[in-house]
Design a protein around this ligand. Structure first.
Ligand code: GAL
Length: 436
């Protein structure tokens, strides 16, 4: 797997030059050694904090604001700027962030993901070391070892990002009324790709739209493919493919491509005009039967007043029961942050079990700390927390955690091409080249 210092192909030049030029400022800054809650020289005097993210949908915004409220309850004299940029999956935000970092004007703290996503910023020397926050909050003992490692730089024992929740990416949501009307039994447990195709056909025959899809957000189509692929290749091959131990020309990938084409034939004719949250709401309104999406969809459905068990249900994406695709939400502190101490205090708030519980309740995800009591969470989220703590875990490709960003972009491009030309051989070849 090629490992260049790029977040997306579009931002490639930006980040590559970031790594050359460096973008620090923090290392020469006397405040850069400030620990959590400590006084960090000049930085301590500031009264501002800019928080950058892509959380702008109804549930994302509400969840972010719960964290901001937890912060301002403790640091009332700090004025928080919510710098969220619209665009699901960070489609727009990540490019803006690259430009700001390169221009020496980073937000104090920004949303990202652990593992390969965080590595991009580490390789560009764009992050502050926040180990002091881990030490002050006892977080190291409260996270699974592999998860902790995904916040380090090549196992250096220092931490550069802090995660607040783990989303499950491989969930198939369904509308209970639409399935009932079509005479389809609500799926459960080990639902297979073949059964899914049969049910899609039955829904179509009933006159309803079988599959909602928020294809206006590029990540949504890539995510449908990755979920389909997981259901066919399984966890072990997924891990081998994403770490270059197995070629993308493997016959199971071609089989997944074939299934994906069949599933896509049932997609909503309005898909290309819909964002992920519009597609989620459409399912909640009973205007389509299925939607494959991460469990931020749960937050969005609940925010729209829909009830699990009545309006909608869920199952692991066909074939992927027992595996949890990780899409983990993380914040990092930018090197050279103007409000360094405030940003580090933001990190301490993110680590707080109460703040995590409140946030995840609204967001649809699972607290990253394994000591948070989740019994007050709704049924779906309790099941997801149980799955997070017991299932096999794999990193999402579509959300940039499993593979370097150059591959992620190649993956997006290959899926986009494949949707239009349905050329399975060209598709797998594109993936082989991207992994190069
Ligand atoms: C993911 C993020 C989720 C959710 C989703 C859609 O990358 O981890 O929290 O917001 O994008 O915007």
């Amino acid at each position: 797997m090629k490992h260049r210092n790029t977040l997306t192909a579009i931002a490639a030049a930006t980040v590559a030059s970031l790594s050359l030029a460096g973008c620090g400022g923090g290392s020469d800054d006397p405040s850069s050694s400030a620990g959590a809650g400590s006084s960090g020289g000049g930085a301590a005097a500031t009264k501002q904090l800019e928080i950058f993210s892509w959380w702008t949908s109804g549930s994302e915004d509400a969840a972010l604001k719960s964290l901001i409220s937890a912060y301002t309850a403790k640091y009332a004299d700090v004025q928080v700027t919510n710098g969220a940029v619209a665009g699901g999956g960070g489609g727009n935000a990540q490019q803006i962030l690259q430009t700001r970092i390169q221009g020496g004007n980073p937000p104090d703290t920004f949303q990202t993901h652990p593992n390969e996503s965080l590595k991009v910023y580490l390789d560009a020397d764009a992050l502050e070391d926040i180990t002091s926050v881990y030490d002050a909050t006892g977080l190291k003992d409260k996270m699974p070892a592999d998860m902790l490692k995904a916040h380090e730089n090549n196992g250096d024992g220092k931490y550069y990002g802090l995660s607040v929740g783990a989303h499950r990416g491989n969930v198939l949501w369904y509308s209970i009324p639409v399935l009932e009307k079509a005479g389809v039994t609500a799926p459960s447990g080990a639902y297979t790709p073949e059964q899914f195709l049969t049910d899609l056909e039955k829904v179509k025959a009933s006159g309803a739209t079988p599959l909602c899809l928020g294809a206006k957000d590029t990540f949504a189509v890539a995510q449908l493919f990755e979920n389909t692929m997981l259901g066919i290749v399984g966890k072990d091959k997924w891990n081998q493919l994403t770490t270059n131990q197995l070629q993308w020309s493997d016959p199971d990938v071609a089989k997944a491509a074939d299934t994906f084409t069949k599933v896509m034939a049932y997609a909503d004719s309005d898909a290309s005009a819909m964002t992920w949250d519009q597609a989620a709401k459409k399912l909640g309104e009973g205007q389509c039967a299925f939607n494959s999406m991460g469990d931020w969809e749960y937050g969005e459905l609940v925010k729209a007043g829909k009830a699990e068990g009545t309006d909608f249900g869920y199952v692991a994406h066909p074939g992927s029961d027992g595996t949890f695709v990780l899409v983990v939400d993380t914040f990092a502190v930018a090197k050279g942050a103007k409000n360094l101490e405030n940003a580090k205090n933001w990190m301490t708030v993110l680590a707080d079990p109460k703040a995590q519980l409140e946030f995840n309740k609204l967001k649809g995800s699972t607290p990253i700390r394994n000591d948070v009591d989740v019994s007050s969470l709704p049924k779906y989220q309790q099941a997801a927390a149980e799955a997070y703590r017991s299932n096999g875990l794999v990193w999402s490709i579509a959300h940039g955690q499993a593979t370097p960003p150059t591959f992620q972009q190649g993956f997006f491009d290959a899926v986009t091409q494949f949707v239009s030309n349905k050329d399975s051989a060209a598709f797998t070849q594109a993936l082989v080249s991207a992994a190069g």
